[in-house]
Design a protein around this ligand. Sequence first.
Ligand code: BDP
Length: 726
Amino acid sequence: MNSDAAATRAGRPLWCLALLVLCGAGQAALAEDGYDLWLRYRPLPPAQREADRRAVRAIVAAGRSPTLDIARAELARGLDGLLGTAPPFAAAPTRDGSLVLGTALTSPLIAALRLAPGAAGREGYVIRSLRYAGHRLIVIAANEDIGVLYGTFAFLRLVQTQRPLGNLAMVSAPRIQHRILDHFDNLDRTVERGYAGESIWDWQKLPGYLDPRYTDYARACASLGINGTVLNNVNADADSLTPLYLRKTAALAAVFRPYGLRVFLTARFDAPIEIGGLHTADPLDPAVRAWWRSKVGEIYGLIPDFGGFLVKANSEGQPGPENYGRSHADGANMLAEALAPHGGIVMWRAFVYSQGPTDRARQAYDSFKPLDGKLDRKVLLQVKNGPIDFQPREPFHPLFGAMPRTSLMLEVQITKEYLGFATHLVYLGPLFEETLRSDTFARGPGSTVARVIDGSLFASPKSGIAGDANIGSDRNWCGSIFDQANWYAFGRLAWDPNLAARDVAEEWVRLTFSNDPAFVAPVVRMMMASREAAVDYMTPLGLAHQMAPSHYGPAPWIEASRYFNHADAQGIGFDRTATGSDAVAQYAPPVATRFADLKQVPEALLLWFHHVPWDYRMASGRTVWDELVIRYSRGVQQVTEMRQVWAGLAGRVDAERFAQVSAFLAIQEQEARWWRDASLGYFQSLSRRALPAGYSPPQHDLAYYEALCFPYVPGVWGERRGPLCR
Ligand code: BDP
C-alpha cells in the first residue's frame, strides 16, 4: 500500500476495510477518477505532517483582491488536505511558523524587507524562510497578485512532494511571456484531434450557466503558470466572432481573469465576408481594415483583457491573404494594427503547405523566411516543433534560428494525434525537451530553440509557446491519467524551458500518485522510455507520417505515406540532401553539414534526410533493413516491459487508476504489435529480405492489415474520416 493510501486509511477500524460496503461514504470521498489532476492534496504521512505543521502554524494573507482571495483559499485547501487541518489565519506574523503571502503593496512586512525583487518580474515570486522579529517565517512574495498565486501553487508543490520547509530560498519567474493552450474545439463541441470526450466549453449553455469545470480548468492552468487560452479551433468558424458568441466568450474570460488566464480567439480570415457582409477580406482594403478595427473594439468592450488572435491562413483550406494576392505579412499586420491600441497580439501560424512537387518539409520556411523583418512587433510567428506535423520524431523546424527579426513562438502538440491517441502511454516531456535543446547554431553554438523562443537569442520583442491541448470533458480531463503528465510538462516547460523532462516527470508522479520511492522510480523510468518506444514501434530511424488517413494505426502503403517513406525495391528514406529536395540547406551550415552527411547524421534521423539502399550498413554493422526490424520489435518489447512494470505496482496505487492504466497498456501493446507487423509486412514486400534470426514474422499477411478500417475514429475532420469498411 502506498503511503498516501496508508495515511488515508489509518485509524479506520479493520472491520471497516473488510466491509467496504458499510463505508460507502468514505470510499466515495476517496474516488480517484483523475479529476483532481496533480492538485490532489491527499494527507501526508504522519511524520512529514507533523514536521510541516510545525513549519506552518498560521497563514498571514495580506490584502484582498479576487486573485489574492484565490491564493489564500488554495493555501487553506491544500494545507487542510495535506496536513489534516488548515492552519488558522492571523492578522500579523507574531508567532513562529507564520506563512506570509502578499505583495509589497499589500504586506508591510514584504515591503519593509524588500522581498519581491525585480528579478521576479510581473508574474514571478519569491519563497523564503527567514527570521523576523525573533520569529521563524515563510514568505511567499511577489510584485503582483498573480505572482502570489503562482507562488502559492509552487509552495504547495513543495509540501506535496515532501520537501523540507526550513530553508527555502527560491526566486522564480517565467522565461517566456505568452504560455498558451490552443484548443482545437468547435462550436458544436467536437474537438479536432481530441481524444478526451467532447469540448469542455458548453457554448449552448453559456453565458447563463458557468460549469464549475471552467474554474477548475483555470485553477489547473494557473497551477502551472499557463496564462493564455485560445478557446476555439484554428480551422476557424467566423461565428465565434459574432455578438452571440462573444458574450459567451466574455463569460469564460470573467471566470479565468483572476487566475491570470487571458482569452484568445482564432480569427477566420474571411470573417468580414462571412459575418460582416463585405465582398472581400483583402487585408489592404480600407473597408476590411475598418471592419476588423471595429470588431476588435467590440471584443475589447466585452473583454477588456482580451489576448488577441490566433490565425491559420492559407493552409489546409483556410482562407487567407493570399486569396487576394497579398502576403502573410499583409494579413498579420492588418490584424496587429487593429489590436495594437488595446494591447492584443497576433499569433500567425507558419503551418502552411500545399500539394505539389515541393517537399512539404521545406514549404513553411520557403513561405516565411522572406518575411523576416516584415511582421509587426505585435505579431508572433507560431512554428510547430518540426517541419512536417507533430510526428513522433522530427528534427527541429528550420525556421527556428532563421528569422532573427521576428518573434517566433513554438507550437507543440499535447494531444497525441500521431502518438496513439489517449490509450498509448507516451510521455512527451522528452520530445519537448529535445526540441527546446536543439541547437540551431544561428549565432554559433548554444543557439538553442529555447533561446530563440524565450526571446534571448535575438532580443525579440515578444516571446511565446503554445501547446495544442488534450483537454476534454472526460472526468480525467485528458483521456487518460498519464496524458495529464503532458499538460503538466507543457506548463512547467513553458514557465522554464530549461527544466529537465525527467525532473518534471518525477514531480508529476509524486503529485499525481505517491511519494513512495518504490513507486516513483519505476514509473519515472517507464515514462522516460515511453516516447522512444513509440518512435520505435511507429516510425523508427527517421521515418514519418506512416499512419492511416484518420491517423489511427499504420498505413505505410497509402500514397500519403509512400510520399514520406520513398520505399521501393532498392531502398527507403527521403533524400533531403542536395541530390534530393535539399531541405537540409534550410538549416545553418554546421547543422546542415551534419544532417547531410551520412556519416554524421544522427541515426534517429537517418531516413528523414537520406534515401539508403536496404543493405546500407549502420554503425552497428547491421543493414538498415535488419535495424528497422530490430527497432520495430524493440518498441513492442518496451511496451511489454511497461506493462510488467505497472503490473508490479499493484497495491501501490488506488485500484481505480491502476485498472485504467493497466487496460490502456494492454491496448497499447496490441497496437504496438499491429504497427510493427503491418509496417514490416509492407516494407518486406518491397525489400524482399528475410527477418533477422530470432525475430517473429508479422502475425498476419499484408492484405489483412491493408483491409483493416475504422470508420468512426475520434477527433478527425468529417471530410478526412477515410474510407468506410468494405
Ligand atoms: C494537423 C492536423 C489537423 C490540424 C492541423 C493544424 O491533422 O487536424 O488542423 O495540423 O495544426 O496536424 O492546423
